[in-house]
Write a protein that binds this ligand. Sequence first.
Ligand code: URA
Length: 413
Amino acid sequence: MKEIEKLERKEKLSYIELDNIFTGYLNNKIDDEEMTKVLKLICKNDLTDEETINLTDIFIKSGQTLPINISFVDKHSTGGVGDKTTLIVLPILASLGVRISKMSGKALEYTGGTIDKLDSIGVKTSLTKEEFYNAIGETNMVISCQTDNLCPLDKKVYALRDVTGTTKSIPLIASSIMSKKIASGAGKILIDIKVGKGALIENKKQAKRLANLMIKIGNKYDRKVICMLTRMDNPLGSNIGNRLEIEEAIDILKNHKNNDLRTLAVEMASIMYAFNKNCTIDKARENVIRVLKNNDAYNKLISYIEFEGGKIEDSKDEPIEIKSLKSGYVKSINSRIIGETSMLLGAGRINKDDKIDYDAGVVLVKNVGDYVKTGDVICKLYGKEIPYNKIYEAYKFSIIKPFKKNIIIKVIE
Ligand code: URA
């Protein structure tokens, strides 16, 4: 194909040439093997901003689009280990009267996906246009996967990227995220760009490029975009794995836990509330904390789960307890190792069509900053039997209590 040859020669592709490749893939004129070659070339050679904007437009036009609604706020994360903020932020905002939607994906590599988490408790996530609006009308919130109607091209490309090691390209991430946000009609969009060892984006320079690119794409379609750069060196919170993450989100909503996950969710919800209601961030934070304390946000999540046919059940598996071989303060926990372990336990897909074990995953009993004695249980593993020596490599100890860095690095708008 002449377009692929051009990519190989690192030449710029026109709108039509990109369309021939990508829409050709959607229409099965290009097979998985050829498309993998394209994705690998993009990862290696990059795309210009103009090509990325064109690619976003091709993704958007591959399906139906909903009209822009300026009061619609949407939130998205580039994906991290243990990231269940959506399950906390959406009910907080919905309980405060903000209408909020999320178009979401399944897990990418070792980072979990919100859709898989909701699937684990039977919540319907594949929604028609009518069902999407019904949920918003009834509960103020909705979480929906890329359906065959909205961005079907992203759905197909995303699944292939997941199993071909082509997740880390900035143009591919920007076009994938922004096409879904724009097609779903969101007028205001907040994107949490995870930065660090357990994230798709490993350093601040790349994160800033991605932020500026997504803001530029948003502006082209008259959307207001805010990007938060947040740390993902250690897993977020203590539960990793689908049903386990739902349990932790509920603990935060019931105001039973205070950790980095809560800090991030409160800040994110506050920025989004201020963004939507045009108030100060302090006023927004006051409201957010109120609905966490009075259980309004918790009740909102439960009513959404029930509205979409889901049910919360405790996981029944017996875990394997991992006991520490060392003593000291936990200095860091490598989120990539934890994410990969969780995937091997059955919580993620190694191949495109693998079935997920929704109960599988890791619970970090000891987290960064905690003191551990030799023999203390540091974490629990749920799922398949696997060789678990690697988990010891995830935990790093020090004799002095580590300095705690703020989970939020920067907000760009
Ligand atoms: N989330 C998306 O929707 N797409 C990506 O490429 C990465 C994270």
